[in-house]
Design a protein around this ligand. Structure first.
Ligand code: SAM
Length: 277
C-alpha cells in the first residue's frame, strides 16, 4: 500500500470524530480484497465516499481512470490534498455525500464504480440515494455493518426481510466479498462488518408499471409489519372493494403479511393496485 493509515493518523495527530462514523481501516488484507472485489478497470471513474486519510483512495487512483472522493470532515481535506497531491486523476469534494448531486459529477458515457468504507450512520440513506436517484453506476463495493448486509440479502418470511432488501434486490445482484472483524479498524467498531458488492442489473428485476406505486406498497406493507396486507394497504388510495379486487387479480391472499411476499408478488400486487388508482 502506498499510504499507511496508522502512520498518517500519527503524523497529522488526527482526532477521530465518532459521530462521523470514523473507523479507519488498518488491515491491508481488507484493503486488497476491496480493491480486487471492485474489479476496477483503467477506464473507470471511481467515486469514493468518505476517503478518511486516503489509504484506500491511493490504491483506487492506481487502478482507475479517475477518482472523485467525497469527504464531509473538513479537517481531513488538507491531509488528503497533501498526501495525494501528485495524482492528476484525483478530485476531492468537501461535502456531505447525501447532499451531492451524483449526476453532476459523472460525465456522460463514463463507467462508474462506487467504492467505500461507508460511515455506518448513513449507510442505508446513501445506498437508497444512489439507487433511487437513478445514479448511473455499474457496481457499489462497500463496507457495511453485518446486520445491514443481512437485511440486504434477506429472503421473504425472515425477520431481516424488509424495504431495504426489496430496494436493493429490485436494482441489483449482490455478492459478499468478505467479513471484517472489529480489529481491522481504528478505533474498533462494536459490530462485525461485511464488504458487499451490489452489481446493478441491466434492467429492474421485476416489471412494474409505476415504481412510485411499487415502493409505496412496500413501504406501507412494512410500516405495519404485523398487520395483514388488507389492513396495511388501506392508505393506498383505493376503496375497500377495489383493494380486494386488486388482491384477487394478483392472486394474493389479503390476510397475508407483507413480509411473506416475494418481489414478484409485490410487483404483481402493485401493478393491480396501479390500474385501479
Ligand atoms: N476510507 C477510510 C478508510 O477506509 O479507512 C475512512 C472510512 S470511515 C468508516 C468513513 C469516512 O466517511 C470518514 O472519513 C468520515 O469523515 C466520512 N464521512 C462521514 N459522513 C460522511 C458524509 N455524510 N459524507 C461524506 N463523507 C462522510
Amino acid at each position: 500500500m502506498d499510504l499507511n493509515t496508522l502512520e498518517l493518523v500519527k503524523k497529522y495527530n488526527f482526532k477521530f470524530t465518532k459521530s462521523l462514523g470514523q473507523n479507519f481501516l488498518v488491515d491491508d488484507s481488507v484493503l486488497k480484497d476491496i480493491i480486487e472485489g471492485a474489479e476496477i478497470s483503467p477506464e473507470d471513474h471511481v467515486i469514493e465516499i468518505g476517503p478518511g486519510v486516503g489509504t484506500l483512495t491511493a490504491e483506487l487512483l492506481k487502478k482507475a481512470k479517475r477518482v472523485t472522493a467525497l469527504e464531509l470532515d473538513a479537517s481531513l481535506i488538507p491531509i488528503l490534498l497533501e498526501e495525494l497531491k501528485d495524482r492528476e486523476n484525483f478530485t476531492l469534494i468537501n461535502k456531505d455525500a447525501l447532499k451531492v448531486d451524483f449526476k453532476e459529477i459523472i460525465n456522460e458515457g463514463e463507467k462508474v464504480k462506487v467504492v467505500a468504507n461507508l460511515p455506518y450512520y448513513v449507510t442505508t440513506p446513501i445506498i437508497a440515494k444512489l439507487l433511487n436517484e437513478g445514479v448511473n453506476f455499474d457496481s457499489l463495493t462497500i463496507m457495511i455493518q453485518k446486520e445491514v448486509a443481512e437485511r440486504i440479502n434477506a429472503c421473504p418470511g425472515t425477520k431481516d426481510y424488509g424495504a431495504l432488501s426489496l430496494l436493493v434486490q429490485y436494482y441489483c445482484d449482490t455478492k459478499i466479498i468478505r467479513r471484517v472483524p472489529p480489529a481491522s479498524f481504528i478505533p474498533r467498531p462494536k459490530v462485525d462488518s461485511i464488504v458487499i458488492k451490489l452489481i446493478k442489473l441491466p434492467g429492474a428485476r421485476v416489471e412494474v408499471r409505476d415504481e412510485a406505486v411499487f415502493f409505496k406498497v412496500i413501504r406501507e406493507a412494512f410500516n405495519m409489519r404485523r398487520k395483514t396486507l388488507s389492513n396495511a394497504l388501506k392508505n393506498m388510495g383505493l376503496s375497500k372493494d377495489a383493494l380486494e379486487e386488486a388482491f384477487k387479480e394478483a392472486d394474493i391472499d389479503s390476510r397475508r403479511r407483507g413480509e411473506t411476499l416475494s418481489i414478484e408478488e409485490f410487483a404483481s400486487l402493485a401493478n393491480s393496485i396501479n390500474t385501479r388508482l
